[in-house]
Design a protein around this ligand. Sequence first.
Ligand code: ADP
Ligand code: 3PG
Ligand code: MG
Length: 385
Amino acid sequence: MNLKTLADVNIEGKIVVVRADYNVPLKDEKIIEDTRIVASLPTIKKLLEMGAKRIHLLTHLGRPKGIAEPSLSTIAIAKRLGQLLDMEVEHRSDFTPSEAKIQLHENTRFWPGEKKNNPAFVQELLNIGGEIFVMDAFGTAHRGHASVVGLARYMPAVAGLLVAQEVEAMSPYLTDEKQPGLTVMVGGAKLDTKIAVLEQFAKIADNILVGGALANTFLAAQGFDVGASFHQPDKLDTAMEIMGICDAHGCGFHVPVDVMCADSHDSDNPLDVPLEDVMGDMRIYDIGAHTIASFAEIIMHSKVLIWNGPMGMIEQKHFQKGTEMMAKAAAKTSAKTVLGGGDTLAALDMFNLPHDSYTHVSTGGGAMLELLEGKALPGLEILKI
Ligand code: ADP
Ligand code: 3PG
Ligand code: MG
């Protein structure tokens, strides 16, 4: 994918508008995880180095519905960003400029025109006086919102360093050609957002490993009793279809052979049982020891591992093992490792696994999946040469 980059524009003396993705997890209005803020620093520093006159940062935060919600203000982000840059970052409550070198504007989703990509709201964003638009919000590239795509009609639009790096890391897998040695591991709860990516990788991967509640839907489709486990009975045909594509393309499709079960997620005595023993009111919350061993073995022998979604209900201490062991196998294997997803990244933190143990840790969840499934992302389309 050929995108316009910072190398294609003259930044010297220019007012630059940067769309970042500072949609970070908050608890009691405090930032609990700042990967996305840290990931934006190289572009900001590069723009300063290139002589930008001023840098105006735009982001959304959470999902306010077109009105101001004080708990979702970007004020806390301006503060954290200032600390990380060791520079003053001025917080602006609207889209008017001041003289400050670096300015972070208020949550774009406080305005109803943002999600609708409303021309009147784009005009408001133009009040900043931007001369160059830098799209660096990889995590939001799948949203055709005003602050993501709207300014590109009015000024040169280029990819920031983060977007360029993310796209480069995923580019080799945007193909319909079989990729020998490629393993794709998918977990999480719902099949919906992962169907298209599974259909795509069923054609080109060597192995697909499925865990999490997602696996329950495949197990039910194969005729196993999943007891009272969360699964999607309306998606059994979809699950069958994905397994059919794997068969037709020589891709191994691996579901758990044993599982951690309990009658409730807060149970204190879960059991690791063979799949055949699941019944009645038993609920599957994690993959079992034999599955951990066989998935880890496949990861060790892969050339590339792409991973999205935890293997179990990681919010509960008894159901973290599967995800922890997969994260450790991914850190240890000599395979290239590309992973993403909000809960997947949270798991790395939970087990103290540094991001540099992996080839590429994506800042995108939905955006990563949509890119890998071969969809055109609005935020990248505007950057194409
Ligand atoms: P990511 O954010 O990394 O893309 P998802 O949002 O798709 O991941 O999935 C994460 C969620 O899946 C977590 O909240 C986790 O509790 C849930 N989950 C995983 N396995 C199970 C399970 N067996 N039963 C219930 N929930 C599960
Ligand atoms: C994300 O966290 O996936 C992005 O910031 C996009 O957020 P959204 O799903 O609320 O559009
Ligand atoms: Mg999630």
